[in-house]
Design a protein around this ligand. Structure first.
Ligand SMILES: Nc1ncnc2c1ncn2[C@@H]1O[C@H](COP(=O)(O)OP(=O)(O)OP(=O)(O)O)[C@@H](O)[C@H]1O
Length: 581
């Protein structure tokens, strides 16, 4: 019931638990005194003996009320602080872990999973820490306090109450495994329905276009139904255990009261102790009952915490080296192989050298492994030791922040954030002057457009929705140029854009390659004709390499691909001309 890992989520948890347990016990002792006074007053009333001091009774009751009030407020305050502390620590741990996973995080976990972990799952721990945990310790201590308070008058009744109250956690323990299994299923269904719903929402337009929205609706309805069934199962289990526990409580209280009456009739128990036991017997079960009512919600929290713990424990793929990323000569891969977790061997014994001051292109048919290669080079997918080198230093020995700073991947859908042009560019370097930004915007031929709007204060919508594809791509390029990385990897960076933008981008890439290491992945071979070196990939291997003229003259795969594309492009041009006529 108490997971040790959970216990470590707050640095001050021991302090919080000790103080709240202590204060709750103070409140309980105040209650016991109150019952004591009340029983005393009842006995006096029955005996018509009014010789006691009203003044002391009123003062005692006032003190008891004040103590109760103070303890209640203080406990609520402490638990509130504990919950805030735990949530903050957990979210910090998740955030730090995401950073440690580096660029690989997106390959390992879906964004929805991370949002779910850091928002819902963390929230679900509130009851565990804000109620269950402290109640658990309070239950143990309070049972002893109440046991001794009653044992002082009658040991037998005290034992009856203790045994019945201990039967409650024991019955909870017996159903614990079943509860855990049910909770696990419940969470799995919750995740499934959540993920499917979000995915459908994001792709709603596509679903509508293809007329598959109704089918998707049915799938969501089916999953929601499965989730409902699991939720009902959880609730059924909760109700069942609450019913069982209530029976234990009734049985214990009734047995204790009957025994007290019997002992009173026998003359072995006085009127005062009997009344006092009557009042205290239900109190015996209150902490356990509260614990039970928190049990199921708390166990939901424990299942949520298991997800968080397994995320925090997930293996980190970035080694933490201490060497600098210099790249004065070359960035290279040596006998690089890569297989996806499902066993697909996407890269086999790749050897490539990307020289500084050179433009190196990688081409090949769809599915030959180009994107996988890019992801491995950018650190998003795991590489083994002695496979990637920067000036002969194994990349695993280089500092993580240096790797991130120096290898920049630019894709055809690089993200444009909602905000001004300045916001988007200053992401690359926060110390940039306006002049530098304008200069780069001129290089990518965007300044003419933005200067007619609000210049650097022109508002861009998320994903560059108020720009053309080519313009959005040029904003991404401007940001990349300002970032000043050492290795630039352009992965199909000119896909789906107009010829004008493609030409501008290609020219910039060529000038960039004079001083940086530039790797250019493209399916359009004419675009890489002037590259210093071209690697041709097929089925995960490098099968040809060299300059355009040499590869063309060899008349192998590169030649065939080039010819094929030339024919296709001239056909499309001719068709366009015919259509215009
Ligand atoms: N996440 C993945 N899990 C399993 N196999 C994958 C995964 N991603 C890609 N593959 C497989 O790896 C191989 C190489 O894929 P990759 O995306 O690298 O090719 P590509 O050359 O970039 O293709 P394209 O030009 O169409 O983008 C393919 O057989 C593909 O099916």
């Amino acid at each position: 019931m108490i997971d040790k890992r959970l216990y470590n989520f707050s640095g001050n948890i021991k302090k919080y638990i000790s103080i709240t347990t202590f204060l709750s016990c103070v409140k309980l002792i105040a209650n016991i005194f109150f019952y004591f006074i009340f029983a005393f007053l009842l006995v006096s009333l029955i005996n018509r003996d009014f010789s006691f001091s009203y003044k002391y009774i009123i003062i005692s009751i006032l003190i008891i009320v004040l103590i109760r009030q103070f303890s209640t407020i203080k406990v609520a305050h402490m638990l509130g602080s504990l919950v805030v502390d735990v949530k903050r620590n957990l979210r910090k741990l998740i955030f730090e872990k995401t950073l440690k996973l580096g660029l690989a995080y997106s390959q390992l976990f879906k964004t929805q999973e991370l949002i779910h972990l850091s928002v819902d799952n963390v929230e679900q721990l509130e009851v565990y820490f804000g109620g269950f945990l402290t109640q658990f310790f309070y239950c143990i201590v309070s049972s002893f306090i109440l046991f001794f308070s009653i044992a002082y008058f009658n040991l037998k009744i005290a034992f009856i109450l203790l045994i019945f109250s201990l039967a409650i956690p024991m019955s909870l323990y017996i159903i614990l495994n079943k509860v855990k299994k049910i909770q696990k299923k419940y969470f799995a269904k919750y995740m499934n329905v959540g993920t499917l719903f979000l995915d459908s929402l994001q792709g709603l337009t596509t679903l509508k276009i293809y007329g598959t929205d109704e089918k998707r609706e049915e799938e969501i309805a089916k999953m929601s139904e499965e989730f409902r069934v699991e939720t009902m199962r959880v609730l059924k289990m909760q109700l069942l255990s609450i019913a069982v526990i209530n029976w234990i409580i009734y049985a214990g209280t009734i047995l204790a009261i009957i025994t007290s009456i019997k002992l009173f009739i026998d003359g072995s128990l006085g009127l005062f102790p009997m009344l006092f036991i009557f009042m205290l017997a239900p109190e015996f079960f209150i902490p356990m009952r509260t614990l039970t009512s928190l049990f199921h919600v708390a166990m939901t929290g424990v299942s949520a915490a298991e997800n968080i713990i397994s995320f925090i424990d997930s293996p980190e793929r970035n080694s933490i080296g201490d060497k600098e990323f210099k790249n004065e000569r070359e960035f290279k891969v040596s006998n690089l192989s890569f297989a996806y977790p499902d066993g697909t061997q996407s890269l086999k014994d790749i050897n490539m050298t990307f020289k500084k001051g050179n433009l190196t292109a990688v081409v090949g048919h769809s599915g030959c492994g180009k994107s996988t290669l890019v992801s491995v080079l950018a650190g998003e997918l795991k590489s083994n030791e002695n496979e990637i080198f920067v000036d002969d230093i194994d990349i695993h020995n280089i500092k993580l922040e240096d790797k991130i700073k120096n290898i920049l991947k630019i894709t055809h859908d690089s993200h444009i954030f909602s905000g001004t042009v300045r916001d988007n560019l200053s992401m690359a370097n926060e110390n940039l002057s306006d002049e530098t930004m304008v200069e780069v915007l001129k290089t990518v031929k965007l300044w003419d457009i933005f200067s007619k709007a609000k210049g650097l204060d022109t508002i861009l919508e998320s994903q560059g929705k108020n720009l053309s594809g080519g313009q959005a791509q040029r904003v991404a390029l401007a940001r990349a140029l300002l970032y000043d990385a050492s290795v630039y990897i352009f992965d199909e960076a000119t896909s789906n854009i107009d010829i004008e933008s493609e030409e501008i981008i290609l020219n910039i890439i060529h000038s960039l390659s004079k001083e940086k290491t530039v790797i250019y992945i493209s399916h359009r071979l004419p675009a890489i004709k002037n590259a210093d070196c071209i690697y041709v990939m097929d089925k995960g291997r490098v099968i040809e390499s060299g300059k355009h003229n040499d590869l063309y003259a060899k008349k192998e795969l590169y030649y065939n691909m080039y010819k094929h594309q030339e024919e296709l492009e001239s056909y499309l041009t001719k068709r366009g001309e015919t259509n215009e006529k």
